[in-house]
Design a binder for this molecule. Sequence first.
Ligand SMILES: [Cu+2]
Length: 228
Amino acid sequence: MKKLFVLPLFLLLTGCNIAVLDSQSDTADDQAFLILYSLALMLVVVLIVSILFIRFVFKYRYTDERKDNIPPDVKGNKWLETAWVVGPLLLLAILAVPTIMITYDQSAVLSSESENEGVPIQVTARQYEWTFEHANGKTEQNRLVIPEGETIQLHLHSEDIIHSFWVPKLGGKVDVMPDRELVYEIQNPRIGTYDGKCAEYCGVGHTSMRFVAEVVSQEEYENYLNER
Ligand SMILES: [Cu+2]
């Protein structure tokens, strides 16, 4: 009986961050959609397999009256073999198309290849802190203030080793590298205060490499830029 309680505990301890499902930007919406979409597809497979399994366990179980009655060995059923080749292929295609589209759409690009549009912010990571520099030179540590409803262009660069930028409710994870500058876009963030963190183990201080992401109105963002 005790095992029944241990199982949900394990599920809670798997590190699955449910914050990603409470998405607060178009970018995070797409990511949450992909998670739920693939989960739904997997559930369909689990359901079909479970039903067949339970049915076969009962249908072909060993009983006294049918111990000599061994079912015929069927080989090469055209329809069945076609079904279990085409079925999984179809499932993979249904899974792959939106996954590839969204992944490519969201992937970070080298800054030399990026088109400059939206609100640019220079993000510098180092053990164990974040520095955010805005277009007018305004700089703040471990606090990222961005305007709502815009395309936020994060120019990510590291001063030492590889880190990873992640705000579960807004977007990420994106590697932050020392030898190149990557541009990652957060589309249409919504007003609120969200937790951000480094998502790549980078040393003893890794867990404290956190920051706050504040999405504010356009007006408040202007005020923020101008206050010194
Ligand atoms: Cu880090």
